[in-house]
Design a protein around this ligand. Structure first.
Ligand code: MN
Ligand code: MN
Length: 320
């Protein structure tokens, strides 16, 4: 069960209201790399985890992320406190209220729909979605995704710290940012505590393709580095050499069809057959004007282009 402690994980001291900053901070409340996404990501992974160590870690971190959600939501609430009261009680003039909503940055939704409270939206007003969570139920995959998620959260906090000079907010965001660094380290350790963690999953890669580097983009700017040269790599510059990659294959796509499917396919192919010798007149030819390029009208097309252009100009001239 969850227990709620009335103290925050980190003290929130906000110097003065700032609805615009509140809107930007929503990125870490209801955004793709925000705290709700992090909490739900680790909570659902933790529920399904069989390994007792990883299960404990995932539920520890999931619960801490909920505490971060509380901290960032509290900062947003403090930043909006004045605006929220004014909006709710409508003490200011219409013009002042209108200006206040405009001051909340890109998201009027925050002011109108949520009354200045912390909505589960990102800084652009986009609602939170479970699509932000990309768990696949395989620890060697999910831990890598968690490591990436923590590094994204770290960078977003870094950017948010860069756009405020409120010392109390900077300090709290610095705490949250640092906790993401710590989480990344835990996930890295947990990943490498699985002895065979690469490639992910149970099936091995096919040996013949595992060391191949395909130099598929060629020309000026071609480079060699540890990612494509050295003992680990067999770099392929002549693409025809590996086209198709399977030995003995002809690189075509085929499928075995039953009589019913084959019959239907034959009918469809016959009905949609194109005639490469036809040069049919089309609507584009008939309506072609200036800028149409070559059309089936042939040489006359050019002449009639000029005429139709002047006709159009005539019709635009007001009648006298
Ligand atoms: Mn967090
Ligand atoms: Mn985290």
């Amino acid at each position: 069960m969850f227990m709620h402690n009335k103290r925050l994980q980190y003290t929130v001291r906000v110097s003065e209201p700032n609805p615009k900053l509140a809107c930007m901070l929503l990125e870490q409340f209801g955004g793709a790399d925000g705290e709700l996404a992090a909490a739900m990501r680790y909570f659902t992974q933790g529920l399904a985890e069989e390994d007792p160590g990883r299960k404990d870690m995932l539920l520890d971190i999931a619960t801490e992320e909920l505490s971060h959600l509380e901290v960032i939501g509290s900062i947003v609430t403090m930043l909006n406190k004045g605006a929220r009261a004014q909006l709710t009680e409508q003490q200011s003039s219409e013009a002042e209220l209108y200006q206040m909503i405009g001051a909340s940055g890109t998201s009027a939704k925050e002011a109108i729909l949520f009354g200045g409270g912390p909505g589960l939206i990102d800084s652009a007003g986009v609602p939170w979605t479970a699509n932000y969570i990309d768990s696949r139920g395989e620890p060697t995959v999910d831990l890598r995704s968690n490591i990436a998620a923590e590094s994204r959260a770290k960078i977003v906090y870094e950017r948010l710290i860069g756009i405020t000079d409120d010392p109390g907010i900077k300090e709290a965001l610095g705490f949250l940012m640092t906790r993401e660094v710590a989480h990344q380290k835990s996930f890295e350790k947990a990943l490498y505590a699985i002895e065979d963690n690469f490639p992910p999953g149970k099936l091995p890669g096919v040996e013949a393709y595992a060391n191949m580097y395909v130099n598929a983009s060629q020309g000026e700017g071609d480079m060699r580095g540890p990612w494509n040269s050295g003992d680990q790599w067999e770099t392929v510059d002549d693409l025809n050499q590996v086209l198709p990659a399977d030995p003995g294959g002809d690189g075509t796509a085929s499928v075995g069809l039953g009589p019913s499917d084959a019959g239907a396919l034959q009918m469809m192919t016959a009905r949609l057959k194109s005639d490469p010798d036809a040069d049919p007149m089309t609507g584009a030819d008939l309506g072609a004007g200036p800028g149409a390029g070559r059309t089936s009208k042939g040489d006359q097309g050019g002449a009639s282009d000029i005429h139709s252009a002047s006709r159009r100009a005539d019709s635009l001239t007001p009648a006298e």
